[in-house]
Write a protein that binds this ligand. Structure first.
Ligand code: NDP
Length: 295
């Protein structure tokens, strides 16, 4: 039997993808427009290849066009920038995602800034970062957006709740904090220099862990009844020598204390791709001046 405390990201994301597929069909039928997502992969990093394959599969399942651009690891930076310029100009492409990390000889920030902000479905362009910080409509990074959806689904209104985000990266921690501020939470952002992290976490009604350290956040750090969103994905070796994935939160310890918690895997992970599709649909609607679906 599934524990009611466990937030099922697989189920939520499958429903979201179904809803998105419905909007895609409606957009095609009513306006003859099909959302298109271009994914740029440079090099042969095995984890990135897996992500890109999954993104392609999910994009096609949702009825969208998927354009894959796989380039060799030694592709010069100006060649990548030229590809981005071509995708910016291509009317069939509504969203552009550059799979990170890029090989060292390529300046990632320069590549991110070359993407048309209207097609920046990862939400990493400084225009979108600034718009989010200013509380304006923006392309929001997919992992924090998916995390927020799970929180709102579980808790409803978040206003007034104490939220602690552990981690301050540009792709998870900072945008997550911005989203929670927008929801009128009282937000603390903790990081590697935070003093007495356990005491900081213990204040939180909402804990978002985005650290990249296996099971660092212990059960006795949590306020009873709090909601835990575990963004961490860490590959560890189990006692029997097998490999397994764990989050940044010690799940077995946290489960009896928390009011609700996302598992790893099967929590935030599947939300990221679903939100990428959501952002592509929204970007497409905006680029064609169509009503933006409420998803
Ligand atoms: P980064 O390495 O970019 O950032 C990690 C953050 O954790 C930093 O802000 C760092 O602080 C902080 N940190 C490190 N050690 C400690 C510590 N001991 N105490 C408190 N804070 C600490 O990671 P990401 O944000 O990119 O990713 C975080 C995790 O989320 C990873 O496991 C990653 O795999 C996962 N992830 C999952 C995704 C998904 O789809 N579910 C998507 C993206 C990431 P400081 O800034 O001071 O160095």
């Amino acid at each position: 039997m599934t524990d009611a405390k466990i937030i099922d990201g697989n189920l939520f994301s499958a429903r979201l993808r179904d809803t998105l597929a419905g909007h895609v069909r409606a957009m095609k039928d009513a306006h003859g427009v099909t959302p298109g997502l271009a994914v740029v992969l440079v090099g042969e990093d095995p984890a990135s290849q897996v992500y890109v394959r999954t993104k392609h599969k999910r994009t096609v399942e949702a009825g969208m066009n998927s354009f894959e651009h796989a380039l060799p690891a030694d592709t010069p930076e100006d060649r990548v920038l030229a590809l981005i310029a071509g995708l910016n100009a291509d009317p069939a492409v509504h969203g552009i995602l550059v799979q990170l990390p890029l090989p060292r000889h390529i300046d990632s920030q320069k590549v991110i800034e070359a993407i048309d902000p209207a097609k920046d479905v990862d939400g990493f362009h400084p225009i979108n970062v600034g718009r989010l910080a200013a509380g304006l409509d923006a392309m929001v990074p997919c992992t924090p957006l998916g995390s927020l959806m799970l929180l709102k689904d579980r808790l409803g209104r978040l206003a007034g709740l104490d939220a602690v985000v552990v981690g301050r990266s540009n792709i998870v921690g900072k945008p997550m904090a911005q989203l929670l501020i927008k929801e009128s939470c009282t937000v603390t952002v903790a990081h590697s220099q935070t003093r007495d992290l356990a005491a900081v976490v213990r204040r939180a009604d909402i804990v978002v862990a985005a650290v990249g350290k296996p099971e660092m956040i212990r059960g006795d750090w949590l306020k009873p009844g709090c909601t835990v969103i575990d963004v961490g994905i860490n590959r560890v070796t189990a006692a029997d020598g097998s490999k397994k994935l764990v989050g940044d939160v010690a799940f077995a310890e946290a489960l009896p204390v928390a009011g609700a918690i996302t598992p790893v895997p099967g929590g935030v992970g599947p939300m990221t791709i679903a939100c990428l599709l959501r952002n592509t649909l929204v970007a497409c609607a905006r680029q064609h001046g169509l009503p933006v679906p409420e998803v």
